[in-house]
Design a binder for this molecule. Sequence first.
Ligand SMILES: [Zn+2]
Length: 165
Amino acid sequence: MSTSHLPRDKKDRSVRARKHDLYKSKGKLPEPSVCRECKAVYHKGRWTWVPAPAQSHTLVCPACERMRDNAPSGVLLLTGEFVASHRDQVLGLAHNEEARVKAEHPLARIIKIEDQAEEPVGVIITTTDPHLARRIGEALHHAHRGTFTCRYEETEDLLRANWQS
Ligand SMILES: [Zn+2]
């Protein structure tokens, strides 16, 4: 179907949506399928950690593709005095939250944890799934107060979150 008749903004949105779909599913996945990297199983329309059924197709899941391509869909920036002085505790909580979310949502993973040297100085956590970046920020906010904000950048197809301790 041609989209050339659409107004410019609508056309751009559909292009971005298609780009997003590259990681989302590439259209219909065969079922059942198992990821050859992480062993997540796609069955009955959802990703799970159940053992792969016999005769499963083999593929690479969208989360492993995002890890490989370093293509986050969530970015969480942690800043402030508490992050600097309690780095291990803060990152421990982030890993715990990842484990909790990933157990139910196999495609939600931390891609990288990196220090940001330039202002605002802090730690950046990138994730394969926008909800995971938000969940980690919310968990830190719940445990240690501070300020939590997040916004979805439609133009970048990215959730940007910030927790300031
Ligand atoms: Zn995988």
